[in-house]
Design a protein around this ligand. Structure first.
Ligand code: RIB
Ligand code: CA
Length: 296
């Protein structure tokens, strides 16, 4: 039986590839998509999710919008790694479909045993848990692309999805949900080079083009880190990562370390609340991605 999943996302080019991967996987039943602001504003992440599902041939999947801002403290929009439109300014165009009127938090509160793949800030999930006390029990497992334990990608301390809403991340990590965290420590190994990108569908290549250029000019590397697709890949082949039990906590101060995630692995600060992927197998990830998305 395919695993029923819901994806909460902030598309985002790597979110887009993650959605394409999930939609192309017979092992997964993509039941719904919920959307949060993050990479770009909700006014763009929401239509982007609709458009990517159309590209995947899954315009039937219901899409619901959620939070346009973090729970408590506002954030300023950071460098547009994903382009102005959020999909690499690749001319992907507007969707034909419309979003549901149901709020994302109310969708996430009624998962009824589905697996939640959260690949953006956790604001929608936190609101669902606050509005519906029984929401956590309905989440079979939560796989979150977020956090970093050896340095961030927005500040020295914080990874973007956590940096954008640390209070939301803290609330979700304390909710007692069966949690797998896929941090930068693992996603830095989930890379594709121009050779792999050239084997993908034209739209996927176009969306990744801007991202690849940013990686070349900003980081001096000729490859892209596909953070969000790795979270989906873990569901398809858990051996693509190494999972370690840890107690993960979030820095919610408003100092230089805001949004940092700390992992304690020896029970000193309390029981483990997550299994954390501290590494990933690059070749295994690439072959899994291409086995589902290769077009040539
Ligand atoms: O830090 C990487 C994460 O932040 C990814 O989910 C990417 O899409 C951005 O949201
Ligand atoms: Ca994302």
């Amino acid at each position: 039986m395919p695993t029923r999943i819901v994806i909460d996302c902030d598309p985002g080019t790597d979110d887009a590839i993650a959605i394409l991967l999930a939609a192309a996987s017979d092992e997964l039943d993509l039941a719904a998509v919920t959307v949060v602001a993050g990479n770009v504003g909700l006014d763009r992440t929401l239509p982007n999710a609709l458009r990517v599902l159309e590209l995947a041939g899954r315009a039937d999947v219901p899409v619901s919008g959620g939070a346009a801002r973090p729970l408590i403290w506002p954030v300023e929009q950071r460098a547009l790694v994903h382009g102005v439109d959020g999909l690499g300014d690749a001319g992907i165009g507007p969707p034909a479909a419309s979003a549901q009127t149901t709020h994302a938090a109310d969708v996430l509160a009624a998962l009824d045993g589905a697996t939640l793949v959260a690949i953006g800030p956790l604001t929608n999930v936190a609101i669902a848990l606050a509005r519906h006390p029984g929401a956590a029990a309905g989440i079979r497992q939560l796989i979150w692309m977020g956090g970093a334990f050896a340095g961030g990608n927005v500040t020295a301390a914080a990874e973007f999805n956590c940096w954008w809403d640390p209070e939301a991340a803290a609330r979700v990590l304390q909710a007692g949900i069966d949690l797998v965290i896929v941090p930068l420590d693992a996603t830095r190994h989930a890379t594709v080079t121009p050779a792999e990108i050239a084997l993908l569908a034209p739209d996927a290549q176009a969306m990744l083009g801007h991202y690849l250029e940013v990686c070349r000019t900003r980081y001096g590397v000729d490859e892209c880190r596909l953070h969000d697709p790795l979270a989906v890949a873990v569901l398809l082949d858990e051996a693509v990562v190494e999972l370690v039990d840890a107690r993960v906590e979030v820095d919610c101060t408003r100092d230089v370390s805001r949004g940092a995630t700390l992992a304690e692995r020896h029970g000193r600060t309390g029981p483990a609340n997550a299994r954390v992927a501290f590494a990933a197998d690059t070749e295994r990830f690439r072959s899994l991605l291409l086995s589902h998305l290769r077009q040539k």
